[in-house]
Design a protein around this ligand. Structure first.
Ligand code: SF4
Length: 164
């Protein structure tokens, strides 16, 4: 059965998407962006392995009525896309209106056909590029990255960035 490698689960954050959010940091990323904000999460070794059911329970237990949603960060959550899809399915079953953000180093165009990409609300895409670093950008580290409204993008068949 598929498992997911997770470095940490943060109960509350206001910098990883709109509103108060629970954040899951996945262990492992295939990229080595210069200046990576979470370099200790690049190796695929380490972290804690969870079955999707266990992880879904732990995430839901950390959420309160004031939470706006959850965010998948890392590492790169899409390096574990199959397990992530199972997790999203379980979370949506428990909380149908759950707002889900996904951070990934992949471009939307590279992963748009993955079922898990279609199942989230927002995807912040692209690698971190040190030369385009800008600390004033909301919810992203470098100017090349996009905060993509996934339902609107799917509906319009072209990338629609979230209005922030
Ligand atoms: S994609 Fe993100 S987690 Fe992966 S190396 Fe680049 S900045 Fe770090």
């Amino acid at each position: 059965m598929v498992t997911l490698k997770v470095a940490d689960i943060l109960a509350e954050s206001v910098v990883d998407g709109l509103g108060i959010r629970t954040v899951v940091f996945f262990q492992g990323c295939p990229r080595h962006c210069q200046g990576c904000h979470n370099a200790t999460l690049i190796p695929f070794e380490g972290g804690t392995e969870y079955y999707p059911e266990e992880l879904a329970e732990q995430i839901i237990a950390k959420m309160t009525p004031i939470h706006r949603g959850i965010t998948f960060s890392g590492g790169d959550p899409l390096a574990q896309a199959d397990g992530l899809l199972d997790l999203v399915y379980l979370l949506r079953k428990a909380k149908p209106d759950l707002n889900i953000w996904l951070y990934t180093g992949y471009l939307f165009e590279e992963v748009k056909d993955l079922p898990v990409v279609k199942a989230v609300n927002v995807m912040v895409d692209g690698p971190f590029i040190l030369a385009q670093r800008d600390i004033n950008l909301p919810f992203k580290g470098s100017g090349n990255q996009r905060v993509i409204d996934i339902p609107a993008t799917m509906q319009n068949n072209k990338v629609v960035e979230l209005k922030l």
